[in-house]
Write a protein that binds this ligand. Sequence first.
Ligand code: G6P
Ligand code: MN
Length: 440
Amino acid sequence: MRKNHVITISGAGSARVPALVGTLVNYKERFPLSKIIFYDIDNERMGRMEAYDRLVLQCFYPECEAVFTTDEDVAYRDTDFVFCQMRVGKTEMRSYDEKIPLKYGLVGQETCGPGGFAYGMRSLGAMKHMVEKVRSYSKDTWILNYTNPAAIVALGLDKMFPDDKRILNLCDQPFSLMKSFAKILGVPQENLRARYFGLNHFGWFTALKDVDGTDYFDTLRTYLRDHDFRPFNAEQRSQSWLDTYVRVNKYMQYIDEYIPTTYLQYYMFPEEIVAESDPHYTRADEARDSREKEVFEACEKAVGKESIDRSQMLTNSVFGNLMVEVAESIAYDLNREFIVLVRNEGIISNFEDDAIVEVAGTIGKEGAKGYPYGPIKPYYKGLMEGQYAYELLTVEAFMEQNYTKALEALILNRTVIEPPKAKAVLDDLMEVNKDYWTLK
Ligand code: G6P
Ligand code: MN
């Protein structure tokens, strides 16, 4: 019999939560729960989904208690896992992160470039507070973090809590890409085993086999070089995501050795991406008008209802599956394979020991372990050194409130480069973010 766990969903006002609840229902034999604590500082937003979340649990998971709270002590006092996906500043701030860089002809993206920098600075403050609060109650609670930019958050938390072995940072993009590879190859995703290296949102697949050892890498690599890449769930994706996938092919027409993550495009084709962006309507607007709208509508229908058809339950969440499978792997020490974020410490043998790298590895009761990768070639090492220096200077700028380090970070970022642009965008972002962070 598997033990029943208590989880806290931190950032339960996220429109991703209803699908996470559906995933928890679907996984209830594998990862049984006795209680879910829904926590958000925005009660109004969380409240828009509460009736739906409660109805789904009442119908399909009656043995699991549901608590909704805006009190962080209630949220963190007695819980086994914190599923953290807070978005500090919500969509409103995401919108600034994406639009301000575009004013200066720079990439406007949630996690990459100046927008990712500003978001990282916001996330670090709130994440530090959350970890301290959780640890004030228990050193055993697992913190599974999905808050972005995961690269900055993971590195920052590692600097601020270096001995804490129960914080795990997650990104669903490699997981999502693996699902798409499986579909292209016609092989079940569970059977595929990848080799991968990089930093979060900045990495490459370098091998792909199935459990029996059949090698699919060259087939996939040449397919992706010569055909448009479509995500496995293309029907559910907005246009900007479809465009994002296709740029993988574009990059591979130049360098086809490995398969890059979709996020590499922002560093490789910044001018083209800026030219195609609408400075008045970015991904924040698109996400609000598509996913968020659909989820809120589905949730409104649940108000006052006594029952819901199982086919109406939202489950289409890659992130939800990843979170639950990771929690299951920790709880039952399954040591299943994932692409993980871990302190390098020799995994990539010719790269910075203190960097948080993204590599294939396993997750069990001791947390995540990366498989040793070995050395990487100069082209990749050069790209990663610059990006890692950007990440480190961002974290140090946050910890020391150091303006110069922030400026250096942005100059190092391949989407920025020129000091005058770096300064202009930094000053603008700092002004808009003054309720969240400042630099001296
Ligand atoms: C992927 C990334 C996440 C990112 C998300 C944005 O899943 O791995 O880090 O937050 O995409 O998706 P959205 O649909 O909100 O633009
Ligand atoms: Mn991610």
